[in-house]
Design a binder for this molecule. Sequence first.
Ligand code: FAD
Length: 388
Amino acid sequence: APLPAATDLYSLDTLLSDEERMVRDTVRKFVRERVMPVIGEHFEAGTFPRELIPEMAELGLLGMHLDGYGCAGLSAVCYGLACQELEAGDSGIRSFVSVQGSLAMFPIFAFGSEEQKQRWLPAMAKGEVIGCFGLTEPDIGSDAGNMRTTARRDGSSYVLNGNKMWITNGGIADVAVVWARTEDGVRGFLVERGTPGFTTSNIHRKLSLRASVTSELHFEDCRVPAENMLPNIRGMRGPLSCLNEARFGIAWGAVGAARACYEVALDYAKTREQFQQPIARFQLVQQKLVTMATELVKAQLLALQLGRLKDQGMLHPVQISVAKRNNVREALHAAREARSILGANGITLEYPIIRHMNNLESVFTYEGTDDIHTLIIGQAITGESAFS
Ligand code: FAD
């Protein structure tokens, strides 16, 4: 058989259905035509391309894997492929879609009342209402179960106090899904922008995910009606099941960033000449490209089987940890190697590589750090917890 393209060495394309390929190609086209021309400037300016929200909604990317309430109801593999293409553009764009669909819409879909679903989901699928997910706090990151934010019952309302930190979309969100400690455990609350006692402030001076809004949420005697609590979930299983949804998309997304870096580096190596020959002729450069190409195939296979298991209802969260940890790790490594192949050109925004490389530092840390996923997998295979 003929050797497939250098970007699909294992003919993984043949493992996808027609519908899956169509979704992938549609999102790929959107990224090429609408994201790539503007993303470098947004990254440099530290702004999120809000103008793309209606188009992403039109493509069915918001709450894509949810059924009903105006959502596209596509398979997990389709959702993964979309994440992969979006992150080949920029991790910030994929983060927006992950947060909207997996962290804000999913908890309403899975744990909300019928009224909450009717009220929020169709508008969120249309991109008319933006959501965010507040779990992390200034002093509480990996150990989220120890959160300080409280919600105290007072008559027919709850009163929230505390601060959430590093919240993607926080400053542009119309509704925040906020996790807080109540007297009967951790509960989720829908807090609308403009509620007295609720303010946000954006985090500046980031050198990673610059084309994404990251904010703090402040709650000072913020009173919300008791009907704003998500009725059907209590305890850390709530936020953790949202994180599982988002981590699934990240395991796929990181592969897109890695592919983008590999493609640029391969192209550059074939045309850049030093010592009177293309640098692609040097063994050391080939070694880097070969490692990237091989890890790309492996990461894609992990993501695809992860998606198939999810679609079959056979997925275990530990399997998500395996794929998130491996794929983000390898994507970061590929980005750094690609950066080196471009030499000095690799450090500018003329090429997408250093943008991906810096973005992936956040992706390595958020949604469970690399270390935390190591401990999750370690506990699963040894039966011993090394968390504390
Ligand atoms: P810490 O938990 O303080 O960890 C610091 C270091 O210690 C890490 O290397 C970690 O791996 C290590 N460590 C911690 N515990 C252990 C242990 N038991 N064993 C070994 N090593 C350990 N959060 C949200 O709720 N919503 C969002 O939308 C959101 N968006 C984000 C966007 C960006 C750009 C970033 C950077 C973060 C975002 N986060 C969000 C927060 C993110 O989830 C946290 O940063 C993450 O959980 C890690 O927490 P931390 O940064 O406080 O690090």
